[in-house]
Design a protein around this ligand. Sequence first.
Ligand code: G4P
Length: 527
Amino acid sequence: MSQILNEIQRRRTFAIISHPDAGKTTLTEKLLLYGGALRLAGTVKSRKSKQHAVSDWMELEKQRGISVTSSVLQFEYQGHKINILDTPGHQDFSEDTYRTLMAADSAVMLIDAAKGVEEQTKKLFHVCRKRGIPIFTFINKMDRHGREPLDLLDEIEKVLDIKSYPMNWPIGRGREFTGIFERQTANIELFTGNGHGSTVVPTRRGDLTDPAIVGSMSKASYELLEEDLELLDMAGDQFDLQQVARGELTPVYFGSALTNFGVRAFLESFIQLSPCPHEKDSSSGPINPEQQEFSGFIFKIQANMDPAHRDRIVFLRICSGVFNRGMMVKHVRTGKSIRLSQSKQFMAQDTNTVEVAYPGDIIGIYDPGVFRIGDTITEKSKFSFEAIPKFQPELFARVHLRDAMKRKQFVKGIEQLTEEGAVQRFRHPDVGLEAPIIGAVGMLQFEVLEYRLTHEYGVDIQLDHLPFTLARWAAGDNLTPPMLKSADNLVLKDDDENLVVLFRNQWSFNWEVERNKRVTYLEQPPA
Ligand code: G4P
C-alpha cells in the first residue's frame, strides 16, 4: 500500500457535539487519556480548581464555563491518528460549529443519560445531518441514575428521526453500572477499578458462558441484561454500515466519561466504524485525498491566540496530497503564491511545529493577512472547495468607540474579528468604518466582541442595539441607497461594497418586496 493511502486510512477526524454540561470536556479528556496523550486525567480541567481546558483558549470561556471557540486536538490510538475538533456548545456560536463540522468526517453526539436529547443537541444534530456525515452516539453519565436505555433510544429515533443501533449495552444502572455487553461479539467487559477516573480503568473480559463473569454480576443486573437483550433482538434495527455512512443510522454506546467505564469500548469500535478522509467536492469535481497534489481549505481563523504575540492563525483542513513544511502553495482566491513555513499542530497542552501532514489532518498556519474563511489552498490548480455559508445575522448593533484616540486599534480589531467570522460588519453608505454596524447570530457574540476588543485591542466600546432582525443583500441594475430606503428599514454596505438592507421583521421585508419589484433580495452576498 502506498504511504499516503496508509496514512489516510489510519486517520479519523471528528467533532463532538452536545448540549452544555453533557460531559464533552470530560470525554475529550478521557479520549486523550486512553490515547496516552495525558498521563493523569483531571489535569486538563476542573472548574472547581480553576484549571482550564486545553480547548478553552479564551479567558471569557473560563469565566463562563462555556467553550466559545473551537480547537483541534490530535492523538494516536492503536495505530490510528485521531483528530478531535472541539465545537462550542452554546447555540450563539452555531455558525462556528457549522464551519468546524465542514472540516470533520464524522461526529460524536454526546447525550446525558438523565436528560436525553436536549435543545442544543437537536440543533447541532441537524447541522450534522445537513452535512450528511455519520453520527455516533455516546450516552454518558451511566454511573448516575438516569433514564432507561431503551427509552433513550426511542427518544433519539423519535426526536431526531434517525435509526439507532446500540453497539453495547449497560450492565446495571447508576452505582450498579459495572460493565458493558458488546453486542457484535457477545463479549462482556466488567470494570474492576474503583471508578475514580483519573487512570485507565482495569477490566475483566469474558462472555455469558464464563462462570467467573456471571458470578461477578449481581442477580438483578444479570436478569435485567437478559431481558433487555431479548427485547433488543426482537425489536431493534439491524446494524448496517452503509446506513451509518449515509447518516441514517447512529451506532450507540453507553458509558461514563467520569469513571472511564465504556470509554475504551467506544474508542475501539469508533475507529473501526468511522470513516477515514474521503473525496471532497470542488469546483472541478470530487478531489480524491490520495491525489498527489496537496490541497485543503481554511475553516477557522483565530487572532491573538497568544496575547504576547499579535499573531493570527488559520486552521487548514488538508483534503489531498502531502503537506511538507516550507512548501509553496497557491492561494486560489487571490492567485498568490505563499510559502507555508510556520505550521502548528495541537496536542493536549502542547503546540508542536508540524513538518509533514496528511489528508484529514488539521494544521494551524500563521496568516500574513491574506486568508479568509472558506479559502482553498492548492499546489498549483485553480479549483475551490465548497463555499462555507454565512449564517443570517439576526441581531444588529451600532458600535461606538468611547475614546477617539483609539480609532486605529478599533478599526483593526473589528476588522480582524469580522475576518475570523466572529461577527459580520456593515457600515452606513456615507460613513466610514468608525461607526460600524455589527450583525450577529446570537447575543453572546456581542459579549465576545466587547470583551475581545477590550482585552486584545485595548478599546472600550458602547453598543446600541438596533430594532432589526433580518438582513438581505440587494441585487439589481444601478441600485442606489435612496432607491432601497423606506420608512422603517436601514440601508448599509458590507465590506465588499454590496448593498445590504436591514428589516425589522419578516412582515416588513415582505411588504418591501411587494412595493419595490426592481430589487431582488438575496440571503447571501452576491457571488
Ligand atoms: P461540557 O464540556 O459538555 O460542558 O461538560 P463537562 O465535561 O464540563 O461536564 C459537566 C459536568 O458533568 C461536570 O461536573 C463533570 O464532572 C460531569 N460529568 C461529565 N461526565 C460525567 C459522567 O460520566 N458521570 C457523572 N456523574 N458526571 C459527569 P461539574 O460538577 O459541573 O464540574 P467539575 O467540577 O466536576 O469539573
